[in-house]
Design a protein around this ligand. Structure first.
Ligand code: AOF
Ligand code: ZN
Length: 371
């Protein structure tokens, strides 16, 4: 692999990121077309249903791309989806060589795109900046194979592990930079989920307040439909799509539906709460490929116990507040032994102003995957 190849692929990665929050449940993909070491065309997948990165880059070429090198962060597709196959466009425009970041796990593509190009005599190199390309689309990689949302558990806590003072005061645990980062995530992921306890305690809006951002679909886990009709979430339900996951339908769910809330009837678990595995399957069927789980502490534990959480984002403020009764991010019954604790992988630490963001992955256990 040449150093130049990585430079062009990194440019394609930058372009791909422009699709954040716009392409779900499709992947973010970027493409650069290069002739004599000069970029002659750039493109990215701009929105779901729109042209793919390769076709956009080919369309934007300032000169004939015949014989040029094409760099794309994801294997070119070879199937008819909402758009025609990218392999056709690459062959029609007589591209000389193709450099691919990572193969497409979509069973309709999965290596066949690269093979079609090779069979047509085009040299294809795969695995250029592969790690970065895979990481960019961790949501897509999960969703296309499991058909359930990639769940990110997010919380902010003090250095002594509290999400609020013992009085309940929680404004604010972290500073502005960390809070702005949360809004970027709200913009990126199509769903945001909380338990009804959080609605009753905080009356949150759960919208994205980033400039130019778009708000995720709000999902409330509320088995017995206790969300108040005069809560801010219900009052804004006609502007921001909102799903209430319940275990029974009654006059309260009817009143909430009349106020613009989508009622989603779910199976109940042994405790009578919404069965999270069932909820994830139903949300996946609605094309919601990822969800930011913002609390509260009992839903966080239920989600961890059910094995639906794939990533944890812990914002940590360098503050000590104490209080035996002060809330912690993960409640519920808890696991009995330290040996049962869930251990994060691929941990990263990012300083944000005075605070820190700790992020790590939780691998998919066989029980929590649909195959
Ligand atoms: C590419 N380049 O830019 C993207 C690809 O419904 P469609 O037509 O948008 O196809 C969606 C599938 O195509 C998606 O699941 C993934 O396998 C691939 N996405 N492929 O060659 C792109 N966005
Ligand atoms: Zn394509």
């Amino acid at each position: 692999m040449q150093k130049n190849d990585q430079t062009f692929m990194r440019r394609a990665l930058e372009l791909a990121k422009r699709g954040a929050g716009r392409v779900s449940p499709n992947p973010m993909v970027g493409c650069v077309i290069v002739k004599d070491s000069r970029i002659i065309g750039e493109g990215w997948h701009e929105q779901c249903g729109g042209l793919h990165a390769e076709r956009n880059a080919l369309q934007n070429c300032t000169e004939d791309p015949a014989g040029a090198d094409l760099y794309v962060t994801l294997e070119p597709c070879c199937h008819w989806g909402r758009t025609p196959p990218c392999t056709d466009a690459i062959l029609e425009r007589k591209i000389g060589r193709v450099f691919v970041g990572c193969l497409d796990p979509n069973p309709l593509v999965a290596g066949k795109g690269a093979q079609i190009l090779r069979d047509a005599g085009i040299p294809v190199e795969t695995g250029v900046c592969e790690d970065e390309c895979r990481r960019l689309n961790e949501v897509f990689f999960h969703y296309i194979t499991h058909k359930t949302p990639f769940v990110v558990l997010k919380y902010a806590m003090t250095l002594d592990g509290k999400t609020a003072a013992h009085t309940g005061d929680s404004r604010w645990v972290t500073d502005e930079a960390a809070r702005a980062h949360v809004h970027e995530t709200r913009n990126r992921l199509p769903g945001i989920m909380v338990g009804v306890g959080t609605v009753l305690a905080d009356d949150p809006l759960l919208t994205c307040r980033m400039e130019g951002g778009r708000s995720p679909v709000r999902i409330i886990c509320d088995s017995r439909a206790r969300t108040p009709l005069d809560s801010r979430i219900v009052r804004t339900a006609r502007e921001v799509p909102t799903i209430l996951a319940v275990t029974e339908q009654n006059e309260r769910t009817a009143a909430l539906a009349a106020a613009g809330i989508d009622i989603l009837l779910c199976k109940a678990d042994a405790q009578g709460h919404v069965c999270l595995t069932d909820l994830m399957e139903q949300l996946g069927a609605q094309q919601i490929d990822s969800i930011l789980l913002e609390g509260g502490s009992s839903l966080a534990f239920s989600a961890l116990e059910a094995g639906i959480v794939r990533k944890v984002q812990a914002y940590i403020a360098p503050k000590l507040i104490g209080g035996a009764e002060a809330k912690t991010p993960v409640g519920g019954a808890g696991f009995a032994k330290m040996a049962d604790a869930l251990t994060l992988q691929n941990l990263t630490v990012t300083p944000l102003g005075e605070d820190f963001l700790l992020e790590g992955d939780l691998p998919c256990s066989p029980a929590s995957s649909k195959k």
